[in-house]
Design a protein around this ligand. Structure first.
Ligand code: XLS
Ligand code: NI
Ligand code: NI
Length: 443
C-alpha cells in the first residue's frame, strides 16, 4: 500500500508509514505484534482481522462530551463549503489509513459529508463524496468493509427511525438508507450495517412495542430487497446494543437479535456485528456474545473497543487488555473467524488526547493487542490441554445412554431408570482456577 498520495497536503506531518518492528522495539510508532504477514492458524494476521478504521470517531469526533464542546481541532475541518471540507477530511482519512496499513474503513453517510434537511441536496453531497472516495480507494487499495446510515443524530429521529410512530419520519429513514446503500454498492462495500440507536423506547407508556418491531422488520426487508435488486451481494449486519441513547433498544444483545431475525425470516441475509462495549452494557462478557453468535453461525463482524468497569456508558476506548481479548480470540479461532466482516475500531481517543499522533498510538495499541491475543489463543489451542479438557467434560454424552439421549432416543422414564441403576453421580470439578492459570501461562 502506498504512502501519502502525491500532490496533497500532508495532515499527519512527521509521521511516516507505521512498520512492524517486533516485541523488542521501543518505538511507540511501530507495531510490536501486528506483523500483517505472520501466519497463525493457517491465515495471515491481515486476513484474520481485516482491520478497519471507523470514519466517525477518527475523523468526525471532536472530543465533545455532554459537559463540554470540542477539544480536538483538526486542520481538515476548516473550509466553509461542506463538500470541499468533506474532501479535505477524506484526504486526511486516507492518509491516516494508508500510513497505518489498515486494509479497510467504515462510514455512516453523514460521516462522509454533512447532511441538512433536504433529501435531494443530501443525495447530491453524498454522490460527490462517493465519486471522490472511488478515486481514493483505487489509488490506495483501501477497501470499504461496511457502510451504514446514521438514523439517530437528526432530531427528527428522536422517537426512532424505522420504529417511529410517525410514518413520515420512517420515509426519511428510507430515503437515507437508499442513498447509503447506493453509496456502499458504488464503493464495492463488502457489508452493510444497521445499528438501531433509537429503535427502542424511552417509556412503554407511549409505545406499542409489537407494532414498532413489526415496522422494524418490514423496513429491514424493504432495504434488503432494494439492495439485492441493485446487485449487493454482501452481508447485512445488525449491531446489538441494549440501551443508550434509548432506555431500551430492541436489538438488546446477540441472543435477542438472533430471535428477532428468526421470527421475521431475515436469517438468510443478516448476521451480527458485535461490539465489545455493547456486550458490557448488556451485562455480558464479549466472549459470551461472540459464542452466542458463533453457535448460531452468525458471527459476522466486530466493532473493537472497550468499556470502563466503573462507568455505565459506551466509553468506546481502544482495546488494550490482552488477557480479556485472549479469551475472545479463543472463541474467534474455534469459530473459524468472522463471516464476511472484519475488526472495525469503533473507538475514540479521549477528550484530552489532543496530539495528532494520539490517533496513531490508539490504533497501533489496538492492532497489537489483537495480534498478541490471537497468537496466545492459538498457542493455548495448539499446545495445552484446554480443548481436550472441555471435550472430556462432556464425555458421558459420547457413548451409551448419554449418546442415545442426545439423539432423542430416551424417554423421561429411561432417564429415571438410569438414575436408579447408577446411584449418585461422582463429584467432578469444573477446574476454573486451573484453566485461568493455564491461560496466564501462555500470556
Ligand atoms: C454506537 C454504535 C455505532 C455503530 C454504527 O454505539 O456502536 O457507532 O457502530 O452506527
Ligand atoms: Ni459500533
Ligand atoms: Ni457503540
Amino acid at each position: 500500500m502506498g504512502n501519502i498520495l502525491s500532490g496533497e497536503t500532508e495532515f499527519f506531518k512527521g509521521i511516516g508509514q507505521i512498520q512492524y518492528e517486533g516485541p523488542q522495539s521501543d518505538n511507540p510508532l511501530a507495531f510490536r505484534w501486528y506483523d500483517e504477514n505472520l501466519v497463525v492458524a493457517g491465515k495471515t494476521l491481515k486476513d484474520h482481522f481485516r482491520f478497519a478504521c471507523a470514519y466517525w470517531h477518527s475523523f468526525c469526533g471532536t472530543g465533545a462530551d455532554p459537559f463540554g464542546g470540542p477539544s480536538h481541532f483538526f486542520p481538515w475541518d476548516k473550509k466553509s463549503d461542506p463538500v470541499e471540507r468533506a474532501k479535505d477530511k477524506m484526504d486526511a482519512a486516507f492518509e491516516f489509513i494508508t500510513k497505518m496499513n489498515l486494509p479497510y474503513y467504515c462510514f455512516h453517510d453523514v460521516d462522509l459529508v454533512d447532511y441538512g434537511n433536504d433529501v435531494l441536496e443530501n443525495e447530491r453531497r453524498l454522490q460527490a463524496l462517493v465519486d471522490y472516495a472511488k478515486k481514493k480507494q483505487a489509488e490506495s487499495g483501501v477497501k470499504l468493509l461496511w457502510g451504514t446510515s446514521n438514523l439517530f443524530s437528526n432530531p427528527r429521529y428522536m422517537n426512532g427511525a424505522s420504529t417511529n410512530p410517525d410514518f413520515h419520519v420512517l420515509t426519511h429513514a428510507g430515503a437515507q438508507v437508499k442513498a447509503a446503500l447506493d453509496a456502499t454498492i458504488a464503493l464495492d462495500g463488502e457489508n452493510y450495517v444497521f445499528w438501531g440507536g433509537r429503535e427502542g423506547y424511552m417509556t412503554l407508556l407511549n409505545t406499542d412495542m409489537k407494532r414498532e418491531q413489526e415496522h422494524f422488520a418490514r423496513f429491514l426487508h424493504t432495504a434488503k430487497d432494494y439492495a439485492r435488486k441493485n446487485g449487493f451481494k454482501g452481508n447485512f449486519f445488525i449491531e446489538p446494543k441494549p440501551c443508550e441513547p434509548t432506555k431500551h433498544q430492541y436489538d438488546y444483545d446477540a441472543a435477542t437479535v438472533i430471535g428477532f431475525l428468526r421470527q421475521y425470516d431475515l436469517l438468510d441475509d443478516f448476521k451480527l456485528n458485535l461490539e465489545v462495549n455493547h456486550a458490557t452494557l448488556a451485562g455480558h462478557t464479549f466472549q459470551h456474545e461472540m459464542q452466542v453468535a458463533a453457535d448460531a453461525g452468525l458471527l459476522g463482524s466486530m466493532d473493537a473497543n472497550r468499556g470502563d468497569y466503573q462507568n455505565g456508558w459506551d466509553t468506546d476506548q481502544f482495546p488494550n487488555n490482552v488477557g480479556e481479548l485472549t479469551e475472545c480470540m479463543l472463541v474467534f479461532l474455534e469459530a473459524g473467524g468472522l463471516k464476511g466482516g472484519g475488526v472495525n475500531f469503533d473507538a475514540k481517543i479521549r477528550r484530552n488526547s489532543t496530539d495528532m499522533e494520539d490517533l496513531f498510538y490508539a490504533h497501533i495499541g489496538g492492532m497489537d493487542t489483537f495480534a498478541r491475543a490471537l497468537i496466545i489463543a492459538d498457542n493455548v489451542l495448539q499446545k495445552s490441554d484446554y480443548k481436550k479438557f472441555r471435550q472430556d467434560r462432556y464425555a458421558s454424552f459420547d457413548a451409551g445412554k448419554g449418546k442415545a439421549f442426545e439423539e432423542g432416543k430416551l424417554t423421561l422414564e429411561d432417564l429415571r431408570a438410569f438414575a436408579i441403576e447408577n446411584g449418585e453421580p461422582a463429584t467432578r470439578s469444573g477446574k476454573q482456577e486451573y484453566l485461568e492459570n493455564l491461560l496466564n501461562r501462555y500470556l
